[in-house]
Write a protein that binds this ligand. Sequence first.
Ligand SMILES: Cc1cc2nc3c(=O)[nH]c(=O)nc-3n(C[C@H](O)[C@H](O)[C@H](O)COP(=O)(O)O)c2cc1C
Length: 195
Amino acid sequence: MPSKAAQFLETLAARRTIYALKPELPANVELQNVRDAVQEIIKHTPTCFNSQGNRAVILTGESHKCVWDHVYKTIPIEAYKTRPLSARDEALGTVVFLVNDAKTKEMQEAFPAWSDLFPEFVAHSSGSAQISAWTALELLGFGAHLQHFNELVKDALPKDTVKEEWKVQGQLVFGLPVTGPIEKSFMENEVPLLE
Ligand SMILES: Cc1cc2nc3c(=O)[nH]c(=O)nc-3n(C[C@H](O)[C@H](O)[C@H](O)COP(=O)(O)O)c2cc1C
């Protein structure tokens, strides 16, 4: 395996879910590094028809606490409160991933034959940005986990920053890892190479 590809695959394998976090930065890392990484990822993640509907907002400090406090207090199911509570009290920040729904609708109107597929394409592209950001944060020395309290998060986001038509797709909660990831098992899933 050529070394650049091997390095990429190693990085991909090192991205893991880490729930045990503390609200601190890794050594020699600044929040600006997170912003720069997410900015590049949003720019370079491909989108259908180059529609560029991916959006991201990074919450830290009070904005992070305020959003997770809202989710924690409003979520009706007791068992689902664990992650919002730990995000509020133990994490440093959250990258909220959104998509511009107005652009999705524009594409649906312009290409009605593919109307049903556009929301799927848009979600694929956002997912791709989410995994890239998760991997980049890991390379910066953070631990992170992915959450989907989409509607509740949207309700608490500042309206002057987040437009009405932006739809929340996921939240990458990050901080300094307190422990490593739990052991992960893999199923047999061989990729056939056909000639
Ligand atoms: C599309 C997607 C959605 C996920 N949603 C959640 C979620 O809502 N809450 C959560 O705690 N983890 C979520 N995860 C994390 C997965 O459970 C986790 O990635 C998986 O168990 C593999 O573990 P790893 O991330 O350590 O490789 C999600 C992961 C993916 C890829």
